[in-house]
Design a protein around this ligand. Structure first.
Ligand SMILES: Cc1cc2nc3c(=O)[nH]c(=O)nc-3n(C[C@H](O)[C@H](O)[C@H](O)COP(=O)(O)O)c2cc1C
Length: 140
């Protein structure tokens, strides 16, 4: 059974990410699988939130201690009336700093951000499926 079908109210879940080499994309796709939705890259024409997302999973990696401009641009388009709560995820070689950068963009927009985050080192992404599904289901 899809997780949503057990709830009285169907929650609207969205998964957005930016990934240059596929690591963060893989995590996004596992989250999307748990939620029964598609993971959409922020540079896709389908990335805009057409309806309010009760939960927005939003992820990106760290590049030279910053996040990609495509993700920055997308974060700037978000607003509190379109996002109930954001859940942030990231991958990198070592640093979790992208989580903080993304969180700050969201908080500055007045968007509520879940304190729990999901992070994997790049080399751990291949075996992250179970943990990712378990994490995602907490918010679905
Ligand atoms: C140009 C470049 C710069 C990076 N800089 C950092 C960094 O400062 N700190 C870090 O921990 N990882 C760094 N990484 C590693 C990436 O964050 C990591 O490979 C990540 O999983 C990539 O995600 P993606 O496949 O979704 O693009 C860098 C990678 C690249 C290609």
């Amino acid at each position: 059974m899809h997780p949503n079908t057990a709830k009285e109210k169907i929650m609207s879940i969205a998964v957005r990410y930016y990934s240059r080499s596929g690591n963060t994309k893989k995590v996004a796709e596992y989250i999307a699988e748990a939620a029964g939705v598609n993971a959409v890259s922020v540079d896709s024409k389908d990335a805009a939130l057409t309806e309010k997302a009760d939960v927005l999973f939003i992820g990106g990696a760290l590049y030279a201690y910053g996040i990609d401009d495509n993700l920055k641009k997308y974060l700037e388009t978000l607003s509190a009336d379109k996002v109930g709560k954001a859940v942030v995820f990231s991958t990198s070689w070592l640093s979790k700093h992208a989580l903080d950068v993304i969180r700050k963009f969201l908080s500055d927009k007045g968007i509520s951000v879940e304190s729990q985050t999901l992070y994997f080192k790049s080399k751990a992404v291949d075996s992250c499926k179970d943990e990712t599904l378990k994490f995602a289901k907490k918010f679905i």
